[in-house]
Structures are given as C-alpha cells and as structure tokens.
Design a protein around this ligand. Structure first.
Ligand SMILES: [Zn+2]
Length: 180
C-alpha cells in the first residue's frame, strides 16, 4: 500500500481511501506521517472513533467534489464540518516562559475530528481550492493541489511512472515491424 501524503491535510485525509485500501483501517502509520500538523490521540482509535473520522471524510469529500464541479457544498456537509470544529474549539494559553500553546476543548476523538475539519475549512476557503485535481494515473483517484498547471500525477514516482511503463509496453505491442 502506498501512503501518499504531503498535500493539504484535508486532501491527505481524502486520499486515505482508494479503490484498493482504506488507510484508516490501519490508521497509526498515517497519523505518524501527519505528526507535524496533527496531534494524534494518545490512545489507539476505537472502531467508533474511526467511524466518526470516516463519516467526516465523506462529508469533506462531498464538499470538495461539489466545489470542484462549481457547486456549493450540501448543507449537511457544511454542518458536519462545522459541528466537528465546534466540538473541540482551539484556544491559546499563556505559559510561564511567556510562550503560548494551543489547546482544545473536548475529548481526544473530538480533538482529532476538529483538526481534520479545520483543515477542510482552510482548504475550502483558501487559494488552493481552485487547483484541486484528481490524478490521471490508471485506477488512481488521489487528489492534489496542482502547484503548476501541468501537474498530472499524485506522485511522479508512482502514477507517472506507471503510465510511462504502460505506454512503453503499448508501443511495443502495437509498434509494427520493430516490435518484439
Ligand atoms: Zn495517482
């Protein structure tokens, strides 16, 4: 299984689900990859926690799909995202050394969901939303933000390479007298 990360957190969340696997089934490696921008729960996620993450993921997917098609997200998706944010709102507290640290209300599951939901708010309201594309690789539907207009793959090493290899064999098969 190829964990593709490094897109905005909300897209990384959507990319946990492909035709072949759901990275949330074994969520720990994914959480570890996201450690720089996501505070993971200290306890392993239960099935109920994961169901909540999956439900949020589907709402974020619906919202992103809608926006990519030039529509407004459905009210229920917006409500689901906002509800997750409101369940564990962040606040900043002052430390003795005059540093500040961000904490959140809510239990650990609520905190995880709130961070993911906030990432969706950030993506959907930010400058990247108009540049979200789906990978053109065969059987791949990873989403990414196209930093330049010609970007076509989620990862040149994965899908870009797969397509190059497929083309190579196609050329050899259909390639006339000098083939095989
Ligand atoms: Zn791809």
């Amino acid at each position: 299984m190829d964990l593709v990360t490094g897109e905005p957190l909300a897209l990384d969340l959507l990319n946990t689900l492909t035709d072949e696997y759901d990275a949330l089934d074994d969520v720990q490696p994914w959480l570890e990859l996201q450690a720089g921008r996501l505070t993971a729960p200290s306890l392993p996620l239960t099935d109920t926690d994961l169901a909540a993450v999956r439900a949020l993921r589907e709402h974020v997917r619906a919202a992103v799909d809608a926006v990519r098609q030039g529509r407004s997200p459905a009210e229920e998706s917006i409500e689901a995202v906002n509800q997750a944010v409101r369940a564990a709102p962040p606040y900043r507290i002052l430390k003795a050394d005059l540093g500040a640290v961000t904490r959140r209300d809510g239990d650990e599951r609520a905190r995880l969901l709130a961070q993911l939901a906030e990432a969706a708010v950030e993506l959907l309201t930010g400058p990247d939303v108009g540049r979200i594309r789906a990978c053109e690789g065969p059987r791949c539907r990873m989403l990414f933000v196209a930093g330049h207009p010609r970007r076509r793959w989620c990862s040149p090493a994965l899908c870009g390479n797969r397509v190059r290899v497929a083309r190579h064999y196609q050329r050899r098969r259909g390639g006339g007298s000098d083939a095989g």
